[in-house]
Design a protein around this ligand. Structure first.
Ligand code: ATP
Ligand code: MG
Length: 331
C-alpha cells in the first residue's frame, strides 16, 4: 500500500495540510497516511526543527506532503530550516515548479511551463565567508555530476509529459567557468534527446521573456539561484501564492509543498486558500503512480477555480472549509 507522509508544520501549514488530508480521504485515495512533525513550534518544544522520527517517516514513505513552517526572524542557536535539512538528508536535487494559466477571469492565457531548478549546489552551497566589516564572499559550486542529473531529470520529465522544448538558462558569457560547465554539460545531455527542441537563454533575458511572453516556454532548466528567482517570476502567471505548488524530487523519494509560507498574518482564521496544497497533492499522486486520482483532483480544483467559492486572497469571502467542501462536491 502506498504510504504518504503528511507534515503540517506551523501557521496555515496546519490548516492547509488538514484540508488536503480531508480531500484525499474523500477521494478514497488508496494510501495510508502517516503524520509527522517539523518546524518552529516543534523546535520550541523539542529543540529540533526536524526530529529524527520525522526524517525516518519521510524516508519510509513513498512521498511526503509538507505544509509550511515559520522560521525565526533572528538567528536562533540550533535552529535549522527543516526543508533544508530534508533536502540534504534525502538528496532532493530537483526543485520543480509547474505554472499554468488558471481558469480565472483576467488570467494570462496560454501559459503552461515548468521551471526545473538544481537544488543542491550553485550559489546556495552554503560556502560563504565574511571578512571583517568590508568584504564578504560566496562560493558558487557547479559540478558536472549535478548538472548532468538535473538536465537528465528535465529531459525525462519533458518526454514523460509530452513537452517538446527545453530552455537551458545560464549566464555563461560572464560566469564562464561555472555557467560554462553547466551549459556544456546540459548541451551534451540534450544532444542525446533529438526529439526535443533545445534552446539556450541568458538568465537576464529569460527573466524578461518570462515576464513578457511566458507562453513561449515549456521546460526551463537552470542552476539553483537562477531557478529560485525565475520560479517566482513564473508563478505570477499561475494565479499567485494561494495556488502555486512545488515539488522536490530526490533519488528515492519526493516532497511536495505549497510555495507559500506559514502566513502568520492569517493563521488561525480559517481563511487560508487550500488550493496550492491540493495542487501539490496532485503532483504527489502523480509521483506515486495514482494517476487517475491525480486527474480527478486536478479536475475538481479547476472546477472550483472556475466557479468559486473563493477565499479572500482570490477576492472572495469563503473559508478554507467551504473551499474544501466545494472540491469534495466535485468527486
Ligand atoms: P513565512 O515566513 O512562513 O514565509 P510570510 O509572512 O512570508 O511567512 P507567506 O506565507 O509567504 O508569508 O505569505 C505572504 C502573503 O501571502 C501573506 O500576506 C499571506 O497571508 C498570503 N498568503 C500566503 N499563502 C496564502 C494562502 N494559502 N491563502 C491565502 N493567503 C496566503
Ligand atoms: Mg514567505
Amino acid at each position: 500500500m502506498t504510504r504518504l507522509c503528511l507534515i503540517a508544520g506551523d501557521g496555515i501549514g496546519r490548516e492547509v495540510v488538514q484540508a488536503a488530508r480531508q480531500v484525499l480521504e474523500a477521494l478514497a485515495v488508496p494510501a495510508e497516511f502517516v503524520e509527522a512533525e517539523a518546524g518552529w513550534e516543534t523546535f520550541q518544544r523539542t529543540g529540533n526543527a526536524l526530529p529524527e522520527q520525522t526524517l525516518a517517516a519521510v524516508q519510509a514513505a513513498n512521498a511526503t506532503l509538507f505544509g509550511a513552517v515559520s522560521s525565526p526572524s533572528q538567528r536562533v542557536a540550533g535552529y535549522r530550516s527543516p526543508i533544508v535539512g530534508m533536502r540534504k538528508a534525502l538528496d532532493l536535487y530537483a526543485c520543480v515548479r509547474p505554472v499554468q494559466t488558471p481558469p480565472l477571469a483576467n488570467a494570462r492565457a496560454g501559459v503552461n511551463l515548468v521551471v526545473v531548478r538544481e537544488n543542491t549546489e550553485g550559489l546556495y552551497s552554503g560556502q560563504e565567508t565574511r571578512e571583517g566589516d568590508e568584504r564578504a564572499t560566496a562560493q558558487r559550486i557547479i559540478t558536472r555530476q549535478a548538472s548532468e542529473r538535473i538536465v537528465q531529470w528535465a529531459v525525462q520529465y519533458a518526454q514523460r509529459t509530452g513537452r517538446r522544448k527545453i530552455t537551458v538558462v545560464h549566464k555563461a558569457n560572464v560566469l564562464r567557468k561555472t555557467c560554462g560547465l553547466f551549459r556544456e554539460t546540459a548541451l551534451r545531455v540534450l544532444s542525446d534527446a533529438p526529439d526535443l527542441q533545445v534552446e539556450e537563454m541568458l538568465v537576464d533575458n529569460a527573466a524578461y521573456q518570462l515576464a513578457r511572453a511566458p507562453e513561449r516556454f515549456e521546460v526551463l532548466v537552470t542552476t539553483n539561484l537562477f531557478g529560485d528567482i525565475l520560479s517566482d517570476v513564473a508563478s505570477v502567471w499561475g494565479g499567485g501564492l494561494g495556488l502555486a505548488a512545488s515539488a522536490n524530487y530526490g533519488t528515492r523519494t519526493a516532497v511536495f509543498e505549497p510555495v507559500h509560507g506559514s502566513a502568520p498574518d492569517i493563521a488561525g482564521q480559517g481563511i487560508a486558500n487550500p488550493l496550492a496544497t491540493l495542487s501539490a497533492s496532485v503532483l504527489m499522486l502523480e509521483f506515486v503512480g495514482l494517476n487517475s486520482y491525480a486527474e480527478r483532483l486536478q479536475t475538481a480544483i479547476q472546477a472550483v477555480l472556475a466557479n468559486g467559492p473563493y477565499t479572500p486572497d482570490l477576492a472572495g469571502t469563503a473559508t478554507t472549509a467551504e473551499v474544501v467542501q466545494a472540491v469534495i462536491a466535485q468527486f
